[in-house]
Design a protein around this ligand. Sequence first.
Ligand code: N0T
Length: 521
Amino acid sequence: TRGAQAADGHSAEMPRLVREDGRYALMVDGAPYLVLGAQANNSSNWPSVLPQVWPAVEQVQANTLFMPIAWQQIEATEGKFDFSFLDTLLAQAREHKKHLVLLWFGTWKNNGPSYAPNWVKLDNDRFPRVVGSKGVMRGSLSPLAPATLDADRKAFVAFMRHLKQADGQQHTVLMVQVENETGTYGAVRDFTPMAQKVFEGKVPDDLVKALKKQPGTWKDVFGKDADEFFHAYYIARFVDQVAAAGKAEYPIPMYVNAALRDPFKDQDPYSYSSGGPTWNVLDIWKAAAPSIDLIGPDIYDRGYDFYIKTLEQYKRPDNALFVAETGNDSVYARYVFATLGHQGIGFAPFGIDYTRYVNYPLGAAKIDAEALEPFTMNFKLLGSMNRELAALSLKGKVWGASEPTADHSNTLDLGPYKATISYGLPQFGDAKPTGNDKPCGGVVIAEMAPNEYLVAGYHARVDFAQTIKAGKNGFMIASVEEGHFENGKWVFERLWNGDQTDYGLNFTSIPQILKVRFATY
Ligand code: N0T
C-alpha cells in the first residue's frame, strides 16, 4: 500500500531500502521504486546552470536528478553555512516533479579534496595528505587524520540537518551519496609516520571477526594485500562515521560509489583509486561501513563482459545493485536491461545536461536530444511500469538481457521457460542473428503470475521454449496482449497474432509492453 501523498505528489513517508531474501527495493512513497536517474556534470551545481540541466533531465525522461552538494559551496568559511543552492534545487525539483539524489563532494571527490573549501585543502598541517611509500605527497587526504574527519562530519551533519528541515516532509530527496569515488590515485595507502604506526599495529578486532581471520598485524593477516586493505578499511571507517552522524540528524538511505578496478584481473592498486570500494575490498567496506546502505559501481567501460561482470560483483545478498554512474554514450543505454536482470534498483547515466561539457572518451562526444534518445526510449518504457517492475524485482521475478557484442543472442532462464533473445533479425522469417549496427537491443521480462509474463524491450526478438516438458502435446503461446499500466492496472490495447507472433516477438524502436500467456494442450 502506498503512503499518503503530499500536495506535490511526494509523500510523507521516508524513503528506505528494504531487503527480502537477499533482494532489495528502494521504497518511495511506501512502495518499491526504480531510480531511472540522470547525473548532471560536476560543476552544474549552481543556480545559474540549472536552466541547462532541467531540459536534459526532461528530455531523457529520468525520474531522478543526481546533483552534487559541494563542501566548498556550503561552508566556504569555517562554521558558516549557506544552503541557498540546495533550497533552489529542491524548489525546482518539485516544480519539475523530479526526485533528487544528492552527492556529498567532501574529503573525496575522485581521490582528492578539490570540492573541499580552501581552508581545508590549503592547510596540510591541519588536514594532512597521503604520502606514498617513496615520500611523494599526493592530492588525496589521509583517512587517518581526526581533524579531517571532524571537519567533514560537521559539515555533513549541518547538511543533513538542513535537509531534514527543508525536505523532511516532502521527501523529494531519495538518497544521499557520501563522498565521491573515494580512494587514492598514485599511492596504495598513507605512509606518513602517523599512518605507519597504525599500520604496524593489529588489525582491529571487528574486521578480523567479520572476515573470519586470525588476529595479527596487517601484514600477518593480509600479506601482499595489506597496504590496500588497510587504506580501504580506514577510508570506509571515515565514511561510515560521516554517514552515521548524518543519519543521526536525518536517516535517509546513504550510499557510496566506486571508481572500478579491472573486474577480471588483479590490477595493480597504483593504477586505480586504491582504498575505494573496488570489488576486491567489498567485504572490508561492508564490515567497516555499516551505516552505508549500498555500494554502487560507476561503469565507464563499454565492453559487454566488463559490464556484466561488474553487475555480478556488486549484486550481492549484502549489497543492492545500483549503477550509481554510467557513461552517456548510446551503447551504454541498453545496459539498463541487464542491470534490471541483476535485480538492480537504479541506473544513472552521467553528464546529463546541456552545459556542453562532455567526458568523451568515457561517454558521448556530443550531448543533445538525439544523443540522449537511447536513454530516453528506455526510461520512457521502464518508467511506464516502474512500480510494477520494482515490486516484482523484489520478489525475484524480473529478468533482463542486453545485447552482447561477441554473440548476437542470449538466453534468460525463467524456470519453466527459457527465453532466447536475438539481435539484428528481420521481423519476418528465420535467419541467423547478426546483431544491430550498434549494440542497442535489450529486453526485460517479469513474471506476473504462473504462465503469465510481461515482456518489453527494443531492437530484439524474443522466443520462448519450455524447460520442463508439460502438457500432452507441449506448450504454446495462448495469447499476447499489448497494453500499458495505468495506476497499477493493466490496460489492454490489442492482441498480437499472425505475423506479429509467428517469428518470435519482435521489438523495434517503439515502446511496447506485452503480456504473454503460456498454455499446454
Ligand atoms: C566519474 C566522472 C565524474 C576508462 C568522470 C569516473 C564523476 C566521477 N569518474 O566524468 O568525474 O564525478 O564519479 C572515473 C572513471 C575512470 C575510468 C578510466 C578507465
